[in-house]
Design a protein around this ligand. Structure first.
Ligand code: PLP
Length: 353
């Protein structure tokens, strides 16, 4: 027997979540599969997402792996090229690339294979991370449209507040005003915008987190949108004990029992990707019943309160997140977001599909 921790990836849930996107929009769907498909496995996720019109990620080598695995959709490199010698590979593998800075434009100028490239021009409408400022766009568009190697230009931007009360209004207005002059496809929406702002859907939407079954919002659960969790991280109780009043649990004794308390030790720690900053009280399921963690998370283990689960014993099933335990809730207790927990699943955790 091996250590009982494992991640189960439910590819039918991934397909369900893609259908949820489909019902919300008539735009083409560019599924974000960066960061190993948010920790779910690049190739497996891409195969389950074959109905999406596009796939978006960062690494050229990963994009080539997808082509070699038989993926035929549009594949977009979200940060574009990192050197000029990548351009011939884009053409060879029919990959689309973001152009977000002047250096990438210069590399393009040195490349002349006719109609070889499909580019997504990134406009910085307020995120201030990547892209050209709005006032630069007319000149850049001229350059791209007259370039012999450029076959097609799509205009894109990314929202900074789609999941917050501020919303998308200012950026949407900026992008719409700027791009209405061009006869080019447009793309703006991430998951939050797809769910809340239909006016942003345009020609391509770019869902990420919602495909994996987590909600981008703090006030609406994934379930309310009909989304199902794709990754379930589970393990087992490997030790049970009753501690005396006043006894403490784990490193630094940050949890101290006021009364006699029945506790369990779970084979899962921060080296598995569970967040060390999850504080006492983080929700967790033991034999399908909700309880909470106690004390600090260790490298390989964490402790849970079994006071209200008298039948729990060594070997009892534990769900850290996933089916029945929204990853957003665990993330919230750890002061982070679901994205970070999913992406941080450790390589040592066996994954089952
Ligand atoms: C990651 C990413 C997305 C998807 O964002 P979610 O919030 O996960 O839906 C969309 N667009 C770009 C440019 C991204 O980098």
């Amino acid at each position: 027997m091996s250590r009982p921790i494992q991640a189960h990836i439910d590819l039918s849930a991934l397909k369900n979540n893609l259908r949820v996107v489909r019902r919300l929009t008539s735009s083409r769907i560019m599924a974000a599969i960066k960061a190993n498909a948010y920790g779910h496995g690049l190739i497996q996720a891409a195969r389950a997402l074959e109905e999406a019109e596009g796939l978006a990620l960062l690494d050229l080598q990963d994009a080539i792996r997808l082509r070699d695995a038989g993926c035929r959709q549009t594949i977009l490199l979200l940060e574009g090229c990192f050197s000029a010698d990548e351009l011939p590979l884009l053409a060879e593998y029919d990959l689309s690339t973001v152009i977000h800075n002047a250096q990438q434009l210069d590399w393009l100028d040195a490349y002349s294979r006719r109609n070889a490239l499909k580019v997504w021009l990134k406009v910085n409408t307020g995120m201030n991370r990547l892209g050209f400022f709005p006032q630069e766009i007319p000149a850049v568009m001229e350059r791209l449209k007259s370039h012999r190697a450029v076959r097609e230009v799509t205009l894109m931007t990314h929202f900074s507040h789609a999941d917050e009360v501020e919303g998308v209004a200012a950026q949407l207005e900026c992008f719409s005003g700027l791009t209405s002059a061009y006869n080019a496809p447009r793309s703006m929406a991430n998951s939050a915008a797809i769910l809340r702002y239909p006016a942003t859907h345009a020609d391509w939407v770019r869902p990420g987190i919602m495909l994996y079954g987590a909600s981008p919002f703090t006030d609406t659960s994934a379930q309310q949108f009909g989304l199902r969790p794709v990754m379930t991280l589970s393990s087992e109780i490997i030790s049970v004990s009753e501690i005396r009043p006043g006894a403490h649990v784990g490193y630094a004794g940050v949890f101290r029992a006021e009364a006699s308390t029945r506790i369990g030790t779970v084979a899962c720690g921060y080296a598995d990707g569970y967040p060390r900053h999850a504080s006492t009280g983080t929700p967790i399921l033991v034999d399908g019943q909700r309880t909470h963690t106690l004390g600090r998370v260790s490298m390989d283990m964490l402790s849970v309160d079994l006071s209200n689960i008298p039948d729990a014993q060594v070997g009892s099933h534990v769900t850290l997140w996933g089916e029945g335990m929204p990853v957003e809730e665990v993330a919230h207790s750890a002061g982070t977001i679901s994205y970070e927990l999913l992406c941080a699943l450790a390589a040592r955790v066996p994954v089952r599909y």
